[in-house]
Design a protein. Structure first.
Length: 351
């Protein structure tokens, strides 16, 4: 069996895990502390998260091991969490782990003699823990195209990475784009936030809605302290956003990798709002998206100008080729080499 570890922060890791295990469900399972709604037909081992109170953690991190980013001390649930993972290695006859993402979990699998592949994310990730995790991995994989790779990424990391391209639950389609003058009298602007926290707030949304009398704003996502007004329709969290993406004229959104892939699959370009994430992940992703003519960065001081720049942006002509398929990783020859076709598959149960 192949274990797919999905970090609980945001929905992207769990969404990718869900797609992978669905395409290889008789030979894989998910390990996570996420509350994501996984498909009913796949095995999911729910474990404790590793969180502790900031003040408690601060006093115990002075001698953090070189292989770790976050490793609380004197936290009993960490031992129980690790035991649950180790139990699954034995009961599920685990042969390989896919780590998305945690350098500490990668170390746990490797110490248990289980080889692993490590998911790479965009950002400043050349620190010692990441370097150790990358070097110990059998292979690296990334849910973005090689064209979005940072120019300063070491060659050995690039050579070790399987670039899966943008991976979206929505099928890619070529979007027809019109100029400002060709758009209807009411410009439908869709604002979307991810699940990892956002800088998009009521004041910013109100400013966007009031920037032009032509604009009609719809907002979806987990935003605190926002309510519908005469100019803003707030719909809360929506599990399926395809209809909203298809029916709007302009998308303004956080630029996590999962949400970015879904937007680009349908709209081909959008206005990006990079959120504050570890290792400057979204800031660097936003910069690379702009470089590849896939997005315009939101200028909150010039909303009309930002929208006009997006409408005038000629989308990346190679975009379709930058998309991969959700099952491409499960069909990769490295993954297939770890699958024993004669293995009998059961469901997870504790020792």
């Amino acid at each position: 069996m192949i274990a797919y570890y999905a970090h609980y922060h945001g929905n992207g890791h769990s969404n990718f895990a869900n797609q992978f295990v669905k395409s290889l469900k008789t030979h894989s399972y998910v390990i996570t502390s996420s509350h994501f709604s996984f498909s009913k037909e796949i095995d999911v081992l729910k474990i404790e998260n590793e969180d502790t109170l900031p003040d408690e953690y601060y006093t115990s991190k002075h001698n953090l091991p070189a292989y770790a980013h976050y490793l609380p001390k004197s936290l009993p649930k960490i031992a129980y969490r690790n035991k649950r993972i180790l139990d699954s290695i034995i009961t599920m006859n685990t042969k390989l782990a896919l780590i998305d993402v945690s350098v500490e979990v990668a170390a746990l699998f490797r110490l248990s003699a289980i080889p692993y592949g490590y998911c790479r994310m965009i950002g400043n990730r050349t620190d010692q823990p990441h370097t150790i995790a990358y070097k110990a991995a059998e292979f690296l994989f990334a849910y973005y195209p090689k064209q979005l790779e940072c120019s300063n990424t070491p060659k050995w990391i690039v050579d070790k990475t399987i670039y899966l391209g943008f991976t979206s639950r929505y099928k890619y389609r070529h979007a027809k784009h019109r100029s400002w003058k060709d758009l209807p009298k009411r410009l439908k602007v869709l604002i979307i936030t991810g699940h990892g926290g956002t800088s998009i707030h009521q004041e910013m949304i109100q400013k966007i809605a009031e920037s032009s009398a032509r604009i009609k704003v719809t907002v979806i996502g987990p935003i605190q302290g926002i309510a519908s007004t005469e100019t803003i329709q707030y719909l809360g969290v929506q599990r399926n956003i395809e209809h909203y993406l298809t029916s709007c004229d302009v998308v303004i959104a956080s630029c996590g990798m999962n949400l970015t892939s879904e937007i680009l699959a349908i709209k081909n370009k959008f206005i990006a709002v990079p959120e504050d994430r570890p290792f400057d992940e979204q800031k660097i992703l936003c910069r690379n998206l702009v470089r590849e003519k896939l997005a315009i960065r939101l200028n909150p001081n010039d909303i009309p100008g930002t929208i006009a720049a997006l409408l005038n942006l000629n989308s990346n002509k190679n975009l379709k080729n930058l998309f991969g398929k959700s099952e491409s990783l499960s069909k990769h020859h490295i993954i297939r080499s770890y699958i024993n076709e004669k293995q009998t598959v059961g469901h997870y149960h504790p020792l």
